[in-house]
Design a protein around this ligand. Structure first.
Ligand SMILES: [Zn+2]
Length: 221
């Protein structure tokens, strides 16, 4: 019954910030990962939108849709399927209206594309790789945590695609996984269930060794 108040930007800002912190802590994501990226990768709508279909149901049950926001009132006349469709449209509009979460949006341009890949398990490592917020030299350099703007081994831009598919300086598990998959980019890999399941098994050793290296470097400085 408070959902229509969330649609106002002042309240929404506070509650979305709390949701982002809670998701970062729960999944162990980097604290500067945007809610847009988290929402896409975890496939969890922002709270001000996930509450809208429930609010519509509430006002429908109470028979007072006119007391609610016009959006909620509109939804209260729809069936369950239509309410879900509307939620996806609102979710996409919210993602499009922001310039945050660009790496995740490059992989999943909309929420339906993400939902199709239901084999993508949202772990902390998956979030690091698909959001680009992880122990990658280019990311760390942009935030002044590393002296290297590129991969120290080969001088190429050190982003998640480089780490997973191109870099030579990776654990054997990653090399073995590469040999077994046909995909050569994260965008393609997430869309192939078999490729993703093989690659996702190699993410922990990869992320683990990069995090250990960057921790060691910071301690030595
Ligand atoms: Zn490299």
């Amino acid at each position: 019954m408070w959902t229509h108040r969330l649609i106002k930007s002042t309240y929404r800002k506070h509650i979305l910030r709390a949701q982002r912190h809670a998701l970062c802590r729960h999944f162990g994501a980097y604290s500067d990962t945007s809610l847009e990226a988290l929402s896409l990768i975890i496939a969890e709508p922002p709270i001000h939108l996930s509450a809208v279909p429930r609010a519509a149901k509430y006002f429908l049950t109470k028979g007072k849709p006119l007391e609610a926001d016009s959006l909620i009132a509109g939804l209260s006349t729809m069936d369950k399927f239509q309410r879900k469709e509307t939620l996806y449209i609102l979710w996409d509009q919210w993602l499009l209206s922001s310039d945050r979460g660009r790496a995740a949006k490059a992989i999943f341009p909309n929420i339906m594309e993400r939902l199709k890949c239901n084999w993508v398990d949202p772990t902390g490592d998956t979030i690091r790789i698909l959001s680009g917020h992880g122990p990658f030299e280019t990311y760390l350099h942009d935030r002044t945590f590393s002296k290297h703007p590129n991969c120290p081994t080969d001088g190429l831009r050190d982003d998640p695609n480089h780490e997973v598919f191109d870099c030579f300086d990776v654990p054997d598990t990653v090399c073995d996984a590469r040999k077994q998959v046909r995909s050569r980019s994260l965008s393609k890999a997430v869309r192939s269930k078999s490729d993703w399941l093989i690659l996702s098994g190699a993410l922990r050793p990869l992320i683990g060794c990069r995090e250990a290296a960057s921790r060691g470097l910071r301690q030595a400085q």
